[in-house]
Design a protein around this ligand. Structure first.
Ligand code: NDP
Ligand code: GDR
Length: 323
């Protein structure tokens, strides 16, 4: 029997890579996207991966419970991956209520739809290392206490606990993946890695002279999105649902990541990088470093791409795009 998967957030970075992975495994993939008045749904990432014709796009919004119920009734998915969110941390201070409605309550909407019409479906929640925030331990694992530092992180913490709660209350096969930052050439342009690789490519091609960033001392555990969607799928193949940290176990500063990008393009970082207080956040997450031992031991998952190789791949992709 062909398995059916429903992915919310299909137009985003992870939606594209997860769809590619599931298609390669023979799944029928349904991708939920919000209707837009600007003609087509934005399928540019699916097009980049050449899978836009293979994914069945269905209309839906995390805020609309009855629409979600109808979707689940129609599709009868075996697996549901909830990737949709207002996912940009910086915007969450500008739109805290929307962020709560989508990124927090939206999770309950999907879980309710499953509980009501498809309790046998397996569920994946896209939780985040941002939940650790003001870190309570220098290396963060599944047992490290959370301390969210943005409206986004607070909303994700709700999404995480409601997933755990539906598992414990109703026996849903619901897993929460606590994923650390993961990037790729398909990363949204507002996130720091892509902002840097796109900025470097523009400077290299003479389209720009400077790159303006905020806090470059922040440290992140950066992996490749293509690796991380494998972990999502593996979680839903386990007999028992559970929560897993997915990370590389290495951390670097934003500055180090920038140096790799500039030097790959043969540019001197100090001639172009400008610190702009406009990009500082009201509360910062200074350090993230994940311990992926559980994912390795139970899922057999390991990252395959180093941060350095990934940043070089992103610079090359941006140069190619701009040319
Ligand atoms: P993106 O920002 O690239 O994608 C977010 C997706 O959510 C888009 O498809 C967007 O649609 C959709 N969306 C937003 N609001 C709604 C809504 N109301 N109803 C339906 N869909 C909506 O995120 P990523 O792919 O990077 O991340 C996927 C998930 O994983 C997110 O939940 C994110 O918070 C989480 N996460 C990401 C990490 C990372 O490093 N990338 C790390 C940890 C967690 P549209 O195109 O219409 O805006
Ligand atoms: P993050 O990613 O907030 O960790 O959330 P982002 O790339 O936005 O920021 C990483 C760090 O870089 C610093 N920074 C800047 N960030 C941006 N975007 N723009 C800048 O100009 C800039 N200058 C410095 C930030 O202050 C921060 O410390 C991402 C998202 O994908 C979330 O959805 C996800 O949950 C987490 O990763 C894990």
């Amino acid at each position: 029997m062909t398995k059916r998967a429903l992915i919310t957030g299909i137009t985003g970075q992870d939606g594209a890579y997860l769809a590619q992975l599931l298609l390669s495994k023979g799944y029928e993939v349904f991708g939920m996207a919000r209707r837009s008045s600007s003609s087509d749904i934005n399928t540019s990432r699916l097009k980049w991966l050449k899978i836009d014709r293979d994914v069945r796009i269905v209309d839906g919004n995390l805020l609309d419970l009855s629409g979600l119920i109808r979707l689940v009734q129609d599709i009868k998915p075996d697996e549901v991956y909830n990737l949709a969110a207002q996912s940009f941390v910086a915007s969450s201070w500008q739109q805290p209520i929307l962020t709560s409605q989508v990124t927090a309550l939206g999770v309950t909407n999907v879980l309710e739809a499953l509980r009501l019409v498809r309790p046998e479906a397996r569920f994946y929640q896209a939780s985040s290392s941002e939940m650790y925030g003001l870190v309570q331990n220098p290396i963060q694992s599944e047992t490290t206490p959370f301390y969210p530092r943005s409206p986004y992180a607070v909303a994700k913490l709700y999404g995480h606990w409601i997933t755990v709660n539906y598992r414990e209350s109703f026996g849903l096969h619901a897993s929460s993946g606590i994923l650390f930052n993961h990037e790729s050439p398909l990363r949204g342009i507002e996130f720091v890695t892509r902002k840097v690789t796109n900025g470097v490519a523009r400077i290299k091609l003479g389209l720009e002279r400077e790159l303006r960033l905020g806090n470059i001392t922040a440290q992140r555990d950066w992996g490749h999105a293509k690796d991380y969607v494998q972990a999502m799928w593996l979680m839903l193949q386990q007999d028992k649902p559970d929560d897993y940290v997915v990370a590389t176990g290495r951390t670097s500063t934003v500055r180090t990541m920038c140096e790799i990008a500039f030097s790959h393009a043969g540019l001197n970082i100090d001639e172009h990088l400008v610190i702009d207080p406009a990009f500082f956040r009201p509360a910062e997450v200074e350090l993230l470093l994940g311990d992926p031992s559980k994912a390795k031991a139970k899922l057999g998952w390991e990252p395959t791409t180093s941060m350095e190789d990934m940043i070089r791949e992103m610079v090359d992709a941006d140069l190619e795009r701009l040319k």
